[in-house]
Write a protein that binds this ligand. Structure first.
Ligand code: ACO
Ligand code: G9A
Length: 258
C-alpha cells in the first residue's frame, strides 16, 4: 500500500459511505471528490445529482462549480433547477446530501455564511446556496471537512444549514422528518452522532492520526464511541482513482486557462 496524505484519507473514507443504491445530492468542493471516487470504485451505480439539475452525472474531471459543462455533458438528463428542488429534493427522492462546511458544531449544524457578526462580518463566506434545503430534505446528510479549531466550534456564528439543532429530538420537534447528519468525515477521523444526544462522537481514527491531534484541532470536547476502531487505510485502487481524477482535473483546468 502506498503512502497517503490525511486529505486523501478523508476523501476516501468519505467515498466509502456511499453505496450503489444511493441517490446523492453532491456539494461542490470536498464532497464532490468523495462522491466521484465512490462512483469510480465500489459504487458504479450510485446516482450523483448536482444542483444545476444534472441527474446521473459521471464527470471525468471534478467540476469547478455546479454550472461546469462537464456535469451536463455526462449526465443521464438535466432538469430545470426549480424541478430539481421541488420535485426531486423536496419530493423525498434523494437518499443522501453530501455537504462541506466552513464552521460546524457538534450537532452537525453548518455555517457557510459569515464569520463574526452578520452586519459587520470578519469573513464573508460563500453562503448557503442550496445547502439549507439539502440539509432538511435529503434522507440523511454526510459532512466532510478538514479539522481545525476555527472550523469545528462549540457554537457556530450563523445557522446556514440545520443539523440536529441543540441535539436530542430538536429536529423532529421542528417537524423535520429526515434523519439529518449521520456522518462526519474529517482528515483525522470518522464521526457519528450519538443515537440520543445527537452529538458527534469519534467512531474511527485514521491511520497515523492520534487522539491528541483530534482534540487539538477540534473546538468542542471530543467524545469517543465505545470500541473506537482504526479506519481502514486506502487501498491501491482507491488511491489511484483519487489521484487520477485529481490529475485529470488539474490538467483540464490548465488547458482551459491557457
Ligand atoms: C450544492 C452546493 O454546493 S451548496 C453550496 C453551498 N456552499 C457550501 O456548502 C460551501 C461549503 N464549503 C465551505 O464552506 C468551505 O469551507 C469554503 C468554501 C468556505 C472554503 O473552503 P476551501 O476552498 O477548502 O478553503 P479553506 O478552508 O482553505 O478556506 C479559504 C478561506 O475561507 C475563509 N474561511 C474558511 N473557513 C473559515 C473559518 N472557519 N473561519 C474563518 N475563515 C474561514 C478563510 O478566509 C480562508 O482563508 P485562510 O485559510 O487563508 O484564512
Ligand atoms: O448555489 C449553490 O447552491 C451552489 C453553488 C456552488 C456552485 O456554484 O458551484
Amino acid at each position: 500500500m502506498a503512502d497517503f496524505t490525511p486529505d486523501e484519507m478523508m476523501t476516501i473514507a468519505a467515498a466509502r459511505a456511499l453505496s450503489n443504491d444511493d441517490v446523492c445530492f453532491v456539494g461542490i468542493g470536498a464532497p464532490s471528490a468523495a462522491c466521484n471516487v465512490a462512483r469510480l470504485t465500489h459504487a458504479p451505480d450510485v446516482t450523483l445529482i448536482y444542483e444545476s439539475g444534472t441527474i446521473g452525472t459521471a464527470p471525468s474531471i471534478l467540476p469547478l462549480s455546479i454550472g461546469d459543462g462537464e456535469l451536463c455533458e455526462t449526465a443521464l438528463t438535466t432538469v430545470a433547477v426549480p424541478e430539481m428542488f421541488r420535485y426531486w429534493l423536496q419530493g423525498g427522492r434523494i437518499t443522501v446530501g453530501f455537504l462541506g462546511a466552513a464552521q460546524l458544531d457538534p450537532f452537525g449544524n453548518i455555517n457557510t455564511t459569515v464569520i463574526g457578526d452578520y452586519a459587520h462580518p470578519k469573513t464573508r463566506l460563500p453562503g448557503g446556496g442550496g445547502a439549507p434545503e439539502i440539509a432538511s430534505s435529503c434522507g440523511e446528510v454526510f459532512i466532510t471537512m478538514k479539522q481545525s479549531r476555527r472550523g469545528m466550534v462549540k457554537e457556530i456564528d450563523f445557522f446556514t444549514s440545520f443539523g440536529h439543532g441543540r441535539g436530542g429530538t430538536d429536529r423532529q420537534d421542528l417537524g423535520i422528518t429526515t434523519k439529518g447528519p449521520t456522518l462526519l468525515v474529517t482528515d483525522l477521523a470518522v464521526w457519528r452522532p450519538h443515537p440520543e444526544t445527537k452529538a458527534f462522537e469519534v467512531a474511527s481514527i485514521h491511520p497515523g492520526a492520534t487522539r491528541e491531534a483530534i482534540e487539538a484541532s477540534c473546538g468542542w470536547d471530543v467524545i469517543y464511541s465505545e470500541g473506537v476502531e482504526e479506519t481502514a487505510p486506502p487501498t491501491d485502487r482507491e488511491l489511484t482513482t483519487l489521484r487520477d481524477i485529481n490529475a485529470r482535473t488539474a490538467a483540464a483546468h490548465r488547458r482551459s486557462a491557457a
